[in-house]
Design a protein. Structure first.
Length: 443
């Protein structure tokens, strides 16, 4: 016979759990403690290199000058189009900025193994400050011409070509091998963040106050960086072997080491295709803003910001990783990915799709540069690191071999065609290198 439970017994039955029920105070406390521990572990691994004082000073100076650099890129690119009306001169200016590396980077690498690296960085940043301040004055006084811009771009390229081997060699000297990948990823992160902030700020400043104020900011940024370098305490490099033999004998010693060390040689060659074929897309973004999307100087800043957002995401994720297996093979995959998304960018018909493609290109470029640079620095001994960095930067200086043809193709058939060709050739050349060294799939 069916009987009803008394009210008291019914009340004792547990209520069914609801997905909307609120956790207890103890449960919330446990969740917060777990979140704090996770954030502490993530922050400790992501920002590990910043615990080193001299690296922190170098990183701070690089952060502010990187933001100014991207403001300057947007401003100068738009100024060139305004003065000449031709995307060809965008490629010429890119050639002037990067061509000095072809001549000076190897010798600068020897210099970085012989001279106090802080002194080299300090001198080059002083030159960059003077050149930027002079161009700022010419723009304010309305005397600027395309000739002035090309000359300034050449001096800018010379200073960077001398500075970069010293800076690349100084980072592992400051932080040590165990923090090297993290330190390089943090450098890449700040450069990527600068691509987001700098162009966006430049677009606003150009719209409100004009191009000259973007370069004025960069001048002040160089002063900040100079002050930071003056505070560093890292000693000069140990004297290199066979120093009495002369600069060119020391350079030959570095070249012989690179050719003898097959994994290092492959990583150096792997950098060529993305640098020559893929990277020139950055010099053509003003043409995309004007001719493809018709969004003006403010929109040009948005394109650079989209690229920078992706690069920042890739660099931060890489910095948070404590170790990466098969790092050399990973660089190959990322180089191929970069080429694929360049092709996507070239056929993107609408601005939102183009921004997503630019973000993917930026992420792939940042991860590739950091991984490849980390492998190269790890394979180089300390007494040869400056020369290896110089040879690496020499190959990066081959970018003018791509910028000028890209500018010619863009002037004749449009910037999307030039970018698509660069992306496709990047994929083909990277796959050819992998076919020549198939054991890299396991390295």
């Amino acid at each position: 016979m069916k009987t009803d439970l008394p009210p008291a017994a019914a009340a004792e039955e547990p209520a069914p759990l609801s997905p909307w029920s609120q956790p207890s105070a103890e449960g919330r406390a446990r969740g917060l403690r777990r979140l704090r521990r996770s954030l502490a572990r993530w922050g400790g691994s992501t920002f590990d290199a910043l615990r080193v004082r001299d690296y922190r000073l170098l990183w701070q100076g690089n952060s502010i000058t990187s933001m100014g650099f991207w403001m300057q890129q947007v401003a100068i690119g738009w100024l060139i189009l305004d003065l000449t009306g031709s995307p060809f001169f965008l490629g010429v200016a890119g050639f002037c900025r990067t061509a000095p590396s072809l001549v000076l980077a190897p010798v600068a690498g020897v210099l970085a193994d012989r001279v106090n690296r802080r002194l080299i960085i300090l001198t080059s940043q002083t030159v960059l400050f003077v050149v930027t301040a002079l161009i700022t004055f010419l723009i304010f006084s309305e005397r600027i011409t395309i000739t002035h811009i090309l000359i300034a771009s050449t001096f800018h390229g010379i200073a960077i070509a001398v500075q970069l081997p010293a800076r690349q060699a100084l980072i592992p000297q400051v932080v040590g091998r165990e923090k090297l990948t993290n330190a390089l990823a943090l450098f890449s992160s700040t450069q990527s963040l600068s691509r987001v902030i700098g162009p966006s700020v430049a677009g606003v400043i150009m719209g409100v106050a004009g191009v000259a104020w973007c370069l004025a900011f960069q001048s002040l940024a160089y002063l900040w960086a100079i002050g930071n370098v003056l505070q560093m305490r890292t000693p000069g490099p140990r004297r290199i072997g066979r120093a009495s033999a002369g600069v060119f004998a020391n350079l030959r010693e570095g070249l012989e080491f690179c050719f003898r060390t097959k994994p290092l040689l492959f990583q150096l060659l792997l950098a060529v295709a993305p640098m020559v074929l893929a990277m020139p897309y950055m010099t053509l973004l003003p043409a995309f803003a004007r001719d493809v999307y018709a969004i003006g100087p403010g929109g040009l800043g948005l394109l650079y910001a989209g690229m920078g957002t992706g690069a920042l995401t890739g660099a931060v994720l890489l910095a948070s990783r404590r170790g990466i297996r098969r790092k050399q093979f990973a660089t190959v995959l990322v180089a191929i990915t970069n080429g694929v998304f360049l092709i996507v960018l070239s056929v993107a018909p609408w601005l939102p799709v183009g921004l997503l493609a630019l973000a993917a290109v930026g992420a792939a470029g940042a991860v590739f540069t950091t991984l490849n640079g980390s492998v190269i620095q790890e394979l180089a001994p300390d007494n040869l690191r400056g020369r290896v960095s110089g040879i690496y930067l020499l190959l990066m200086g081959l970018m003018p071999l791509g910028t000028v043809p890209a500018g010619i193709i863009a002037a004749a058939w449009g910037a999307p065609v030039a970018v698509a060709l660069g992306g496709g050739l990047t994929i083909v050349c990277t796959l050819a290198l992998l076919a020549a060294r198939p054991q890299l799939r396991y390295a």
